[in-house]
Design a protein around this ligand. Structure first.
Ligand code: HEC
Length: 295
């Protein structure tokens, strides 16, 4: 993304309704806590160090977060936090400045600090990280103990789902040459294209995401259509549900190709399956849910 586009994206994110009343602590936990701890360097510098660097410099802080540089040796590159939006970053800034008052830097502990991180146990869990086969703005979602998925905030679409464990960020965190996290498990389903962009025309713009009981709803627009895309675990067995809310509804039907593998089931109460295609009639596109049953 060039600088001008970056600024444009930032302005658009600022206008997004999600940035209306940002909660700095919640946003920090969601977007930063995987790599930044209060009083010791883990993947990135501690909040104590960040306080020293950025006290009374919120604008420089926001600038860094939107377009992080490469500064320290032997650490990974920090992924851009542009999706948080400037108002959200400002709220995080105030949270960091407050939370770090009086704390002192400790020596880095040995071992994998992330074995104790929430991503190992908490479900559902959402993590912003570089992922294989996805753009630089990937978001990994552990829906439950069995199913995880990768959502691409750059192209605003679901990329793939896997079963087994979640992700192993450790090779990546350590910056030992690995540019992306490793998936712990096997990919069960991959989608080549968003079913929406085949029928809705116009630019795709990410507007952020919110969590309800830990489960994400991604918001974006395609041309003049506003989209909310929500994920939840399958009602039974392995798999997930993807619920779309379109405003306005599409004037054409929306279709999804079902891979030939007969172990994968893709259904919808709002649609019907013929051969290898699930079709949601135009009249039902305002709100529909697709059920993916994985092996
Ligand atoms: C995937 C890990 C990761 C995440 C997530 C992450 N950071 Fe970082 N951050 C880093 C690393 C690594 C560095 C050090 C980069 C360097 O020195 O080259 C860093 C450095 C920083 C710095 C110091 C910049 C400087 O001038 O030295 C700030 C401030 C910062 N991060 C803020 C944030 C905020 C705020 C968030 C969440 C919105 C966040 N980071 C999320 C890894 C991360």
């Amino acid at each position: 993304m060039n600088l001008r586009l970056g600024i444009l994206a930032t302005i658009l994110l600022q206008l997004s309704p999600l940035a209306a009343a940002p909660d700095g602590e919640a946003l920090f936990k969601l977007n930063c806590s995987a790599c930044h701890m209060l009083d010791q360097m883990v993947v990135g510098p501690s909040l104590v160090e960040i306080r020293t660097l950025y006290n009374k410099k919120p604008d420089d802080f926001i600038k860094w977060c939107n377009k992080p540089g490469k500064k320290r040796p032997n650490v990974i590159e920090m992924p851009s936090m542009v999706h948080v939006g400037n108002e959200g970053l400002r709220a995080i800034y105030h949270y960091i400045m407050k939370a770090s008052v009086g704390a002192k830097e400790k020596k880095q502990e040995k071992g994998d600090p992330f074995l104790a991180s929430p991503s190992h146990t908490t479900r559902p869990y959402v993590q912003r990280i570089f992922m294989p086969n996805a753009g630089p703005a990937a978001i990994a979602v552990a829906l439950d103990q069995q199913t995880s998925l990768c959502w691409d905030a750059g192209e605003c679409r679901f990329r793939y789902a896997w079963t087994g464990g979640f992700i192993d960020g450790f090779p990546y965190w350590q910056g030992n040459g690995s540019k992306v996290a490793t998936i712990k498990g096997s990919i069960a389903y991959q989608q080549e294209e968003s079913p929406l962009t085949a029928v809705l025309k116009g630019d795709v713009k990410f507007q952020g995401y919110s969590l309800t009981n830990g489960l994400p709803t991604f918001r974006y627009s395609i041309g003049t259509t506003s989209v909310a895309e929500r994920f939840s675990p399958a009602k039974s067995g392995k798999g997930f549900q993807q619920t779309f809310t379109l405003s306005p509804a599409s004037s054409s039907p929306i279709t999804i190709t079902i891979p030939a593998e007969n172990w994968l089931s893709i259904t919808s109460e709002q649609g019907s399956v013929q051969g290898h295609v699930l079709t949601i009639p135009a009249a039902s596109t305002a709100n529909f849910t697709i059920n993916f049953q994985l092996p």
